[in-house]
Design a protein around this ligand. Sequence first.
Ligand code: C5P
Length: 238
Amino acid sequence: MNPILVAVDVPTADDARVLAKTLGDSVGGLKIGSQLFTSVGPSIVREMVTAGHKVFLDLKFHDIPNTVAGSVAAATDLGVWMCNVHATGGAPMLTAARDAATARAAALGTPKPLVIAVTVLTSMDAATLATVGVSASPLDQVVRLATLVKACGLDGVVASPLETAAIRQACGPDFVIVTPGIRGGAAQAKADDQNRTLTPREAIAAGSSYLVVGRPITAAQDPRAAAEAINAELTTSR
Ligand code: C5P
């Protein structure tokens, strides 16, 4: 499939509709995060799923296992293609998330959503990690958590472009790695608030399965052309 997941970081349902319609099949899926979900609610997820889009529901659940299981089951009810939790919830929470997706999808007779985990937020550096009691380097912590996520039977992780190669090496070829922080190459945009970036082609070469691309597409004058240019760059490098 087309590996581009566009970050639908817009404030209203109408903005989301226009963007999804404009992009059509120039992207592989839509990432709906906490901004749109909190302002508009689950109806926009249902609407996009019904319209035939693959939706990555990026709500990063982090709670006790029972609550996360309920949230993942609810995401499965919405028909999302992928959803996520925080790896630091630990093994009991991770396995509860996995089991909830499996059980609810089986009950509905629908495909199980991919359940992936956030390892270390890319906004956290070594100093910030130390303030929350983690003395490991960000890279070591990411690989440790990715290994835990895999051992718990989840489908993959979200990771910064600079951690992708180490995760791919530790977790093998079938582990899903979703990578934001895409800038440069055909993804022309300001770095914005992204510090550690790779171009689309570099990220795929490092082992990313899917690229989360926001403003290089959404803030472009012609979002569809921007998505197609990234696709073309990836296709010619394969
Ligand atoms: O506009 P941009 O391409 O920077 O959008 C990246 C998207 O990926 C945003 O929705 C952002 O919240 C998300 N994201 C990120 N870094 C992470 C996790 C998610 O940029 N570590």
